[in-house]
Design a binder for this molecule. Structure first.
Ligand SMILES: CC(C)(COP(=O)(O)OP(=O)(O)OC[C@H]1O[C@@H](n2cnc3c(N)ncnc32)[C@H](O)[C@@H]1OP(=O)(O)O)[C@@H](O)C(=O)NCCC(=O)NCCS
Length: 205
């Protein structure tokens, strides 16, 4: 999707991916400590800057996905997140995220970014369900997804081969009504979403 949307939270701002982000993406996608968690990138070499720029251009034009870069409130680019495989008929999509700058792991940045994106998906895209997959040893991701309200939906046993061993892939999902219910019952969530209401949903094209 080529919409120029900016979603602002307290810790992070989500903005459209830019070609200037390519060097950071290349560096992060070459770091095995980070890529071991990425079901779409583990066991792959870092892309070249040219490949990454082509991917950014292509992704920004895709109709059935929306990708954002994640900046800190101070404007430092730290990662990316997306809704892919947006299915307008069944009203669902797949959630994906990585914070590439490891200094920002475990401090709430990924979860706040996720809240902003889920709110956008359920409110603006009118999705009914959002789902994800992660590798079983990704305890940080699991904790973050549970805080976002995702529920365990199943597992592909030994679904991923990495560093000489097979690992399970876990599936989670979150329904629209559960998302809105958890906002009502969780003051922190409500606060983050109030801020997200302030995002300028600037749709330019
Ligand atoms: C997964 C990811 C997006 C989560 O974002 P984040 O900003 O690190 O997550 P948060 O800080 O909001 O939440 C992480 C939780 O895990 C906890 N945590 C951090 N390190 C942990 C560890 N080693 N073991 C267990 N829990 C841990 C944190 O304390 C926090 O829980 P809490 O709020 O109850 O204290 C981010 O860590 C990341 O991008 N990791 C690398 C790539 C990746 O895993 N992408 C997802 C692929 S499915």
């Amino acid at each position: 999707m080529s919409k120029k949307i900016i979603l602002k939270g307290k810790l992070v701002t989500l903005r459209p991916m830019s070609l200037k982000d390519a060097p950071n993406f290349c560096r992060w996608l070459g770091d095995p400590e980070m890529t071991q968690f990425l079901l779409r990138w583990y066991n792959r070499p870092a892309p070249s800057i040219g490949e990454e720029k082509s991917w950014i251009n292509k992704s920004n034009r895709e109709k059935n996905e929306i990708n954002f870069s994640i900046d800190t409130a101070e404007g430092l680019h730290i990662g990316t997140l997306s809704l892919k495989n947006i299915d307008p008929e069944n009203k669902n999509a797949e959630y994906g995220i990585f914070i590439g700058d490891k200094r920002y792991w475990g401090q709430g940045y990924g979860t706040e970014a996720g809240r902003l994106l889920l709110d956008y998906g359920f409110r603006k895209l009118r999705l009914k369900m959002i789902y994800l997959r992660y590798i079983a040893f990704n305890v940080r991701g699991e904790r973050s997804y549970k805080k976002l309200g995702f529920k365990y939906a199943g597992r592909y046993r030994q679904g991923m081969y990495l560093r000489g061993a097979y690992h399970d892939q876990i599936m989670m999902d979150l329904l629209r009504e559960e998302h809105f219910k958890s906002q009502k019952s969780n003051p922190a969530y409500r606060q983050a979403n109030l801020k997200s209401q302030r995002y300028s949903s600037k749709v330019k094209a």
